[in-house]
Design a protein around this ligand. Structure first.
Ligand code: SAM
Length: 240
């Protein structure tokens, strides 16, 4: 698994993107439970890949790929698929999934900020799900600029995450409803305490902030769906 060759050098003021933030997803037990807790679903991954037009030969980079389901499904349809994640445990799990499915995607232990995609092989599609909130907003902007720089002109960027569309004055109500409805019993999924830690310690932001960040990174927003007051997805094209 390539490590140092795909990372940028980092100055002393760089965000510590390899340090865990919020809910612990890096331990072997957390990684083994992740797919069940998150509801990872290869059929949903296939539906997304269809929407994004990923076919044989498409070069796709999934940033913060986690257990690698989307990357493996992309590789199974013949895409040149790259999975990028800071977590060695996640990448080991993802690699084992790929071996079971007899595909060989490219795995990179690297972050949103320091992953350096080769300029002579730009991506057609860059995706990221449930992870950009790990960065504060200043660093989200840097991460989005890095994602835009990986893409060929007209290439596609897809973002799905916890992104708030409720009015700020209704934050208590909406966050309370989300935590109440999403939390599961211990051993059956992410718990109420996990969602509380997400709000307290991670960096989810508002849709209008995200839209400014996307546009300033050089993306044109093609479509946006706030699927709930706490979750949203964006489909973008890089305008180069
Ligand atoms: C909630 S999981 C999402 C995994 C997958 N994208 C999904 O949709 O299921 C968050 C992932 O982000 C990774 N991560 C956290 N900070 C990161 C960073 N700065 N750069 C790349 N990956 C990061 C974690 O290791 C973890 O695998």
């Amino acid at each position: 698994m390539p490590r140092n060759d795909t990372r940028r050098p980092r100055p002393a003021w760089w965000f510590p993107e390899y340090a865990p933030v919020g809910v612990d997803l890096g331990s072997p037990a957390a990684v083994a439970a992740y797919d069940r807790n998150q509801g990872t679903d290869s059929a949903a991954d296939d539906a997304l890949l269809d929407r994004l037009g990923v076919t044989e030969g498409t070069r796709l980079v999934d940033l913060a790929c986690g257990t690698g389901s989307l990357v493996v499904q992309a590789a199974r349809r013949g895409a040149e698929a790259h999975g990028v994640d800071v977590s060695e445990e996640m990448l080991k799990y993802a690699q084992a999934r790929a071996e079971r499915c007899e595909v060989e995607p490219h795995w990179h232990q690297a972050g949103f900020l320091d992953y350096a995609h080769p300029h002579d092989a730009p991506a057609d599609v860059v995706t990221t799900g449930s992870a950009l909130h790990q960065l504060p907003d200043f660093w989200k902007q840097q991460a989005l600029r890095n994602a835009a720089a990986m893409l060929r002109p007209g290439g596609t960027f897809y973002l799905r995450d916890v992104i708030f569309s409720f009015p700020p004055e209704a934050a208590d109500t909406h966050l309370g409803r989300w935590i109440e409805s999403a939390g599961r019993a211990e051993g059956e999924g992410f718990t109420r305490a996990d969602f509380e830690a997400h709000v307290r310690e991670e960096f989810s932001t508002y849709t209008w902030i995200m839209e400014g960040l996307l546009e300033r990174a050089g993306f044109a927003i093609v479509s946006h769906d706030s699927v709930s007051p706490t979750h949203a997805e964006y489909l973008c094209r890089v305008a180069k």
